[in-house]
Design a protein around this ligand. Structure first.
Ligand SMILES: [Zn+2]
Length: 202
């Protein structure tokens, strides 16, 4: 994939995620790593998603050197690059502060496998990666192991992270994560949610 095409995809998914209310204000960030070129195409810092254009998208190396873009890259770029370093392949990341999922992240509470979509789109239940400060390399280091087991996880007291071989698949994981969190929250207020298990043949 060319950088120009990657920038268009990053912009498209970022605006879609904003419209879906997965992020408020300028929070959240989206990136795509082109392994062969050692280029991370990532949303810029503090730019209104609906005003954002392809020219605003940043391109950095895995080491954080700015290659393209008029703005600073997202302040959370070290989390993205640290995760990509663990995978050593082209991948995409979608980081949101989607409200229902983040509520569980704030409580440090895992979301069990309660819906059939969770297996194909997330890989099973949703775990909470330990807290590390926003924008830190450490946040990437503590999150990466969770993304090796699942396509998405919660970041304690912060938000969500989803990974995919391409941006559409990382994005759809973040949508199903928020959906599962919302339904689990409703289910807990209605009664006692039943977790899917192998005994039930599910
Ligand atoms: Zn964040």
């Amino acid at each position: 994939m060319k950088v120009a095409e990657a920038k268009e995809q990053v912009l498209e998914i970022a605006q879609k995620a904003y419209r879906e209310k997965l992020m408020a204000g300028t929070s959240g960030n989206i990136s795509l790593y082109l392994h062969e070129e050692n280029k991370v195409v990532i949303t810029p810092s503090s730019i209104d998603y609906l005003q954002m254009t392809v020219e605003d998208i940043s391109v950095i190396t895995l080491e954080g050197e700015i290659l393209e873009g008029p703005h600073q890259p997202s302040s959370e770029w070290p989390m993205h690059t640290e995760i990509y370093k663990e995978f050593q392949e082209s991948y995409a990341l979608v980081h949101t502060h989607s409200p229902y999922a983040t509520a569980f992240a704030v409580c440090g509470e895992e979301i069990p496998e309660i819906l059939i979509e969770m297996k194909p789109f997330i890989g099973g239940d949703i775990k909470v990666a330990p807290f590390a400060p926003a924008g830190s390399v450490e946040l990437g280091k503590v999150t990466a192991p969770y993304l090796k087991e699942r396509k998405a996880c919660l970041l304690a007291n912060h938000g969500t992270m989803s990974i995919g071989k391409d941006l559409s698949s990382a994005y759809i994981s973040s949508i199903y994560l928020e959906d599962a969190a919302k339904i689990y929250a409703f289910a807990k207020s209605v009664g006692k949610p039943i977790v899917l298990s192998s005994e039930r043949g599910e």
